[in-house]
Structures are given as structure tokens and as C-alpha cells.
Design a protein around this ligand. Structure first.
Ligand code: NAD
Length: 250
């Protein structure tokens, strides 16, 4: 494992209670950061906190990222406890069900956009002012290969992740005059509990589209994020980092 220096940095990882978020939290702690896990699932948060406790006990906040009041309260609580937020990994997200666009349930569409896109907007909206004040910040928004390619039977998810890519580009330009970087990543499928929300045919489709011929590992995501949130990432901003195993060569 490469050594990335995140000493004295405080990181918020949303959706940090399991899956990709938990792997990222683990890696950031291994790199010297202190971490706050934000998630809407209180039981999972406790379990994650216990799992990470041996290395460095993370703070936990029960947050619904799609709710502005909840995000604002968690931001204030985190800044009060830790003095600052240097790093935001906006990772919380859901897949939602698989349907053709013309059959997509309207409620499911709205929920996916609320969590995956508005949730990242709300977290950035609450935390960026703190980064502007201290003239330092590193943000990674978790998009998806679906946001570049548009997966069939997943239009809500794909549209939400395309929105995350555009939001990242806008915010990157707005903060580029400061020592703040805002980038996003576009992972291919990684075997996490998010698969529980998808049809088996959809999972098979995603695997068939990966030239590497295997699923992405969560630690591979964490390795890329660890560098993106480090001080050394001082120039690149508003960019999209590919983790698609060769599927997207753009
Ligand atoms: P996961 O389901 O294992 O974990 C998601 C976490 O987010 C859970 O702990 C959940 O409780 C939390 N969460 C969901 N809605 C929330 C809300 N409203 N507020 C706060 N927390 C909430 O999924 P994962 O695979 O770890 O996915 C993490 C991110 O990576 C998501 O944004 C997902 O879209 C993205 N992604 C995943 C894959 C994949 O194949 N696993 C591929 C590309 C992108």
C-alpha cells in the first residue's frame, strides 16, 4: 500500500457505514486522517465504528443526505467536535430498481435524484463555506460509469450520476481560486450490498461491459480516493477519474 499523508486532516465520508464508503474511511484512517462517518443507518454506523475503532475511533453522525436540515446539523456538529472539515467524500447513494424509462416509478425516480444528486449538492453546499474560510479543502464526489454511459434499465441512476459529474465541474471552477479541489470518480460495478437493489440481469450486464472481466474491488476505489483527497492533489480540479476497468476510455 502506498503511503499517503493525511495527518491532521479531518474527513467526512457520507454513506460511510458500509461498502465503498467504509473502505474509503478505512484507507483515510490508515493514511493518518481522523474521520466522521455520516450515514442514515444508525445500526450500521455503530457496527462500522466498532470495526474501525482498533485503528482510530471515527465519529458518527446519523444523517439523511437528502435532507438539508439534517446535513446542516451534521456539518455544525462535526465542525464543533473536530474544529474543521478538510476532506469531503460524498459517497452516499442508492441504485434503485431496474425498469425501462417509460415504466420507471415516479416515486423511485424522485428518491434516487434526491439522494444521489441533491444529497451531494447539499453536502457540498454545507461544507464548502468552511473550506473557503480556511483556504483548504479536498472533495471527491462518487458518481458512476453509469453517469458517463447511461445504463439501460437504470435511467434514474444514470441521470443522477451524470448530474454529479456536472455538479463537480461547476463547483471545481467556482472554487479553483482557492486551495480547494473538487473531483469525482466513476466506478464500474463493485460487489457491495447495493447489488441487493438490482436485478440479476442488470448485474450480469454490468460485468459483461467491463474489459477487465471482473468486478472492481472497494479497496481499489479507496486507493484512488486517498490520493485525490491528499494535499499533493493541488492542481487538478473539476475532473472525472475513471475506475471502469477499461469500459470508458474518455
Ligand atoms: P452500499 O449500499 O453498500 O452503501 C451505501 C451507503 O449509503 C449505506 O451505508 C447507506 O445506508 C448509505 N445511504 C443511502 N442513502 C443515504 C442517505 N439518504 N443518507 C445517508 N446515507 C445514505 O453501496 P456502495 O456500493 O458502497 O455505494 C456507495 C456509492 O458508490 C454510491 O453512491 C453508489 O452509487 C456508488 N457506486 C457504486 C458502485 C457499485 O457497483 N457498488 C458502482 C459505481 C458507483
Amino acid at each position: 500500500m502506498n503511503h499517503i499523508d493525511l495527518d491532521h486532516r479531518h474527513a467526512v465520508v457520507t454513506g460511510g457505514a458500509r461498502g465503498i464508503g467504509l473502505a474509503i474511511a478505512n484507507r483515510l484512517i490508515a493514511s493518518g486522517a481522523s474521520v466522521s462517518l455520516w450515514d442514515r443507518d444508525a445500526e450500521l454506523l455503530k457496527a462500522a465504528q466498532n470495526q474501525l475503532r482498533e485503528k482510530s475511533s471515527p465519529s458518527i453522525e446519523i444523517v439523511d443526505v437528502s435532507d438539508a436540515d439534517s446535513v446542516n446539523a451534521a456539518t455544525e456538529a462535526t465542525v464543533t467536535k473536530h474544529g474543521t472539515i478538510d476532506i469531503l467524500v460524498a459517497n452516499a447513494g442508492i441504485a434503485g430498481p431496474n425498469h425501462k424509462t417509460w415504466e420507471y416509478p415516479v416515486d423511485a425516480w424522485k428518491q434516487i435524484i434526491d439522494i444521489n444528486l441533491t444529497g451531494i449538492f447539499l453536502c457540498c453546499r454545507a461544507i464548502v463555506p468552511h473550506m473557503l474560510r480556511q483556504d483548504y479543502g479536498r472533495i471527491v464526489n462518487v458518481a458512476s460509469i453509469a453517469g458517463k454511459e447511461g445504463n439501460p434499465n437504470a435511467s434514474a441512476y444514470s441521470a443522477s450520476k451524470a448530474g454529479v459529474i456536472a455538479l463537480t465541474k461547476s463547483l471545481g471552477k467556482e472554487t479553483a481560486h482557492k486551495d480547494i479541489s473538487v473531483n469525482c470518480i466513476t466506478p464500474a460495478a463493485a460487489r457491495t450490498r447495493i447489488f441487493d437493489q438490482m436485478a440479476k440481469e442488470h448485474i450480469d450486464f454490468m460485468l459483461s461491459r467491463i474489459p477487465r472481466g471482473r468486478f472492481l474491488e472497494v479497496d481499489e476505489v479507496a486507493a484512488m480516493v486517498a490520493w485525490l483527497v491528499s494535499e499533493e492533489n493541488s492542481f487538478t480540479t473539476g475532473a472525472v477519474f475513471d475506475l471502469s476497468g477499461g469500459r470508458a476510455t474518455y
